[in-house]
Design a protein around this ligand. Structure first.
Ligand code: AMP
Ligand code: MG
Length: 401
């Protein structure tokens, strides 16, 4: 029996980042940059107006009101070909380039036009630079716009687009296969035959993979037959970056996953000192990690969270591989008995009026009772012992942050 921190360290040490490659901006959301990204262009690329109004020489508005001759109109997207001379103004729209000669914008609300638009009366003095957005005000050519190791969010993609990036070098989204094992587990709508159960783990694990930002690949189900499992895992390791299996890693007569993983690659299995999710198998087959998660649905989910997800995040270049943790208040306590294990209690976390996070057990805590776990949004980490007193503090992993 081994502490979960040790297991996690062993797994992380075996899961190297994937080879970076260039992907199109449209495919890059959530990916992590592999190198710093530099701007070759300035943003804005030219000085332009922040407001609709008139481009003027500020000096001409001294002692306003001042009457100026309107010599042109400039829309956004137009290039200015007409200088603004002394006593002149150019009618101008937000985003249009500042015409040469002008050094300020007077907003339209502080003017009135006259002579059918041939002249404009500026009602207040302008200062040089008013409402002018200088070239490079956001980004200068040569700036690093996105640091290496950044998880690209929507605004990062906007920034990269603003300086002309079509493709970005990132750690690719991991392709993660999910394989169910078990003779009793069935798919489809048919009525259950004696001894059969429906597959809850594969849909759940595929969703966990997708929700974590990886590409989920449905590998179907393998019977509890050593050759069938070997063929399925061999194929999976050949076409996925990582594989998650569920079931068959315990000590039952038909738990063949460990034997298969031991045959195919560098293999370890553990009895982890946690509840749920004690058994865990792990192998590296042809460089691809394979996570042999337990079959009990709650165990599969907790095991994915504790071991597979951090490793997959590391493979995809994330610097922070862990879910965020908070110190919460266990409103009703989380009582337990000593058993040498850390308990990961599924809890509902909420923000209290006191500014603290409060947690309550989500319901039944059996490793086969997924229904109650579905209501949870956090895992309370309850150390070995008698548990947490009502209103005492407990550390919790936030699953939905
Ligand atoms: P195992 O780890 O294969 O010994 O399975 C442990 C328990 O989890 C057994 O009660 C299985 O029937 C159940 N189980 C295994 N795989 C699944 C699955 N994909 N969906 C739901 N229950 C499962
Ligand atoms: Mg089984």
């Amino acid at each position: 029996v081994i502490p979960y921190e040790d297991v996690r360290a062993l797994i992380l040490a075996a899961c190297a980042p994937l080879q970076p490659r260039a992907v199109s901006l449209a495919d890059a959301l959530g990916c992590v940059t592999s190198i710093p990204l530099q701007a070759d262009e300035a943003v804005p690329p030219f000085a332009n107006t922040a407001m609709d109004g008139y481009a003027v020489r500020a000096a001409d508005t001294a002692g306003a009101p001042a009457r100026l001759k309107v010599v042109a109109t400039l829309a956004a997207g137009a290039a200015s070909d007409r200088d603004v001379g002394a006593g002149e103004a150019v009618r101008i729209m937000t985003g249009a380039p500042i015409p040469s000669g002008a050094d300020a914008i007077v907003i339209v609300e502080l003017t009135h036009s006259d002579d059918d638009g041939a002249t404009v009366v500026v009602e207040r003095e302008a200062q040089p630079g008013d409402h002018v957005r200088p070239a490079g005000d956001d980004i200068a050519a040569g700036d690093i716009v996105v640091a290496a190791g950044t998880e690209l969010g929507p605004a990062h993609l906007g920034v990269l687009a603003s300086v002309g990036y079509q493709r970005v070098p990132v750690y690719p989204r991991a392709r993660v296969g999910v394989l169910t094992t078990g003779d009793e587990v069935v798919d489809g709508p048919a009525p259950l035959q004696p001894g059969q159960i429906r597959d809850s783990n594969r849909p759940m694990l595929l969703a966990l993979v997708a929700q974590s930002g990886f590409d989920a690949i449905d590998l179907g189900r393998a019977r509890d037959d050593i050759d069938v499992i070997e063929a399925a895992v061999t194929d999976a390791a050949a076409r996925c970056d990582a594989v998650v299996t569920t079931g068959g890693v315990s000590v039952g007569d038909f738990d063949h996953v460990k034997a298969v993983l031991a045959k195919l690659g560098r293999f370890e299995s553990w009895q982890v000192a946690i509840k749920p999710a004690k058994p865990l198998a792990f192998a590296v087959i042809g460089g691809r990690p394979v996570f042999g998660l337990p079959g009990n649905p709650v165990s599969a989910m907790v095991s994915f969270e504790l071991f597979a997800r951090p490793a997959l995040r590391q493979m995809t270049g994330h610097r922070d591989v862990e879910r965020p943790q908070v110190v919460a208040i266990a409103d009703d306590g989380l009582r337990r008995h000593p058993d040498g294990k850390v308990h990961f209690v599924r809890v509902v976390a909420s923000h209290g009026d006191d500014g603290r996070v409060h947690v309550r057990a989500a319901g039944a805590q059996g490793s086969h009772q997924l229904h109650a776990t579905a209501a949870a949004n956090a895992l309370a980490i309850v150390p070995d012992g008698e548990g947490i007193e009502p209103r005492a503090e407990v550390r919790a992993v936030l699953l939905q942050a």
